[in-house]
Design a protein around this ligand. Sequence first.
Ligand code: NAI
Length: 711
Amino acid sequence: MALNMDALGKKIGPISKDYSWKDVVLYALGVGAGFSNLEYCYEKNLKVIPSFSIASVFDFITQFGIQSGVNLAGILHGEQELIFHNPIPTEGTLSTEGKLTHYYDKGQKKGALVVGESETRHSNGKKLFTSILSIFARLDGGFGGPDAPKKEVIFPDRQPDFLVEEAPAGNQPLLYRLSGDLFALHADPEFAKMAGFEMPIMHGLCTHGYSCRALVNNLIPGEPEKARRMYCRFSRTLYPGTPIKILIWKTAPGKAVWRVLNAQTDDVVIDMGEFEYGDIPKEEIRFDGRVAIITGAGAGLGRVYALELAKRGAKVVVNDLGGARDGSGKGSSSAADMVVQEIKQAGGSAVANYDNVATPEGGENIVKTALTAFGKVDILINNAGILRDKSFTKMEPENWQAVMNVHLNGAYNVTRPAFSAMKDNNYGRIVMTTSAAGLYGNFGQTNYSAAKLALTGFMNTLKLEGQKYDIKVNTIAPVAASRLTEDILPPDLFEKMKPEYVAPMTIYLCSEKCKVTGNIYNAGMGFYNRVAVMTGPGAVVRGGGEYPEVEEIQKSLGKISSLSGAKAYFQLNDQVGDVFTALTGPQAGADAGGSAAVAGGAAAGFSSVAAIFEAMPGAFQADKAGSADVVFQYIIAGAGGGDWSCAIKQGTCEVKAGKHEKPGCTLKIKDSDFLDMMNGKLKPMQAYTSGKLLIEGDIMKSQLIEKVFKL
Ligand code: NAI
């Protein structure tokens, strides 16, 4: 049976599971705890072994196998990552939701990897843990998909800091399975033989539980709530009764690596183990499990962003061409390599990329580096930059173009493939880098100013296209000491302008907590503020559909230019809506109270939506319609709503229930809002600008409705 491709990305769950202190104790006994770890086995002052988390949601994780359509006879647990957000209470209800994220093909004979990610919350409202699990499907390889990204865990070349010897009993799987994994492979000798084993095998997660206990006992004794992350790869099966050795090396404060050996053969049964521990960060913004690309991260601001994101758990692609400040020279890999080394030395995860953002191939390769190394892209900071300053008449085309290529085209080249990868995952955070030179102007930087401001236009539209996928796009305007600014900023200021002052704002914009999109922020020296394109209230000059004279513009310039009461619009439609309001408002000479740009607005006292459409043909004024040729489609939501179309052509009006094949302008509104609007309680423009009324298609034509119907 082939893997079910349609299941990828589809939500699974929520699946709920009640548990009591007895489940917690049963699990602890199943993973070898006893009197020497009484805190896990006795209800008085009971604590929970962190790995109980994954065992307790076994009902949910079986869904990954079922939904993916893997051949169940060939499955083994591949890898398991657990990220712990809050301590696991000793009883309550767990609710788990997730999705299959990737299928990887290791080849016809080797099998496939099915990866699923889930989040579990407790009935106390807290997010408890994230699980990223991969199933090794021995019989499902060769479907033609990509190979899994390579992962590397470096073990120190010395004896382990802790060696824990354990002897799981011959009956261990029979006890462990009562915690949820009732798969016959661990209990039924016949089934085990059919699957190619001598006898039932240990559950990988049972050995995982032994390991978790050993890690907590040695690294955070008595404080299992301090476990932050646990990762491993299950590499060999183990028969019950075989003694094991758990080897643990401390690698950095709060970090360790570990593996489990079959004590009889020294074969590695669990490999590439990582364990992180420490206090629960209070509201700390973390990036565990997230993958970030930062362009131009070999120096300056980009380097600081990369270090900070990695410190907070992100896996980072450090891109840098390593060229000169003006973008000249062949480039060198050392800038990116050095930052990767810094991240790894601090215990983080990063890969280098040396591509040029200025070419589409470079952009593709940068994103491919992230996908190959880490399997996805969650965050992109378009940061790479060069300078070629000259006063305008000396600005030759090559200097104009070089700056455009790196800043504007560079952002396009990387963002396009990254956006596509983010859409696949329904998540993304993109940060563009503009500059005060673009926002406000700076002598000698016409090329740079043009490219930098263009990035905000890019953001303005991309934010709309990303909305449906939880992709937020924002822009930072940094001021920082770096190679780019060393001869521009006065030396005394240079010292006070470390990139570390800019980074917190940028990193926030990259986080899950960031809910804004389309915003621009100045950041530097510990001072931050929002920049926006503000639009003044303006004035209607002459009005009544007449063209004003140039002299009238001159006379009204004060009013036209005034920014008093100015607004920041989220998108073009909002601004168009306000223009309509102004044109149909009293100052334009319309009827008193006549801001009804979309539909009548008179107090007609309609009691149902259907009654309005019944009245429409009678209210049609053919003389006002002129040569108008348009079909309006009304989609009225709610129990009292429905679909109606209204076709106006050659001075006729035809209203029909249902959907028209080719509407020119579609109006969507809730039944109660539509009634309020038609009964004069809600001004159409107010409905439109507040989002209660959505207009799609030829928005200008919606102006006609008010003109041709006298409801
Ligand atoms: P920086 O020169 O220290 O870092 C920029 C990095 O981008 C360099 O390591 C460089 O090798 C890399 N790079 C240049 N062209 C590249 C290309 N084609 N492909 C890949 N990498 C490339 O400069 P800084 O100050 O850290 O600048 C970062 C960003 O912030 C730039 O976009 C810059 O325009 C912007 N910015 C900086 C300001 C500041 O005060 N430092 C002010 C306003 C904006």
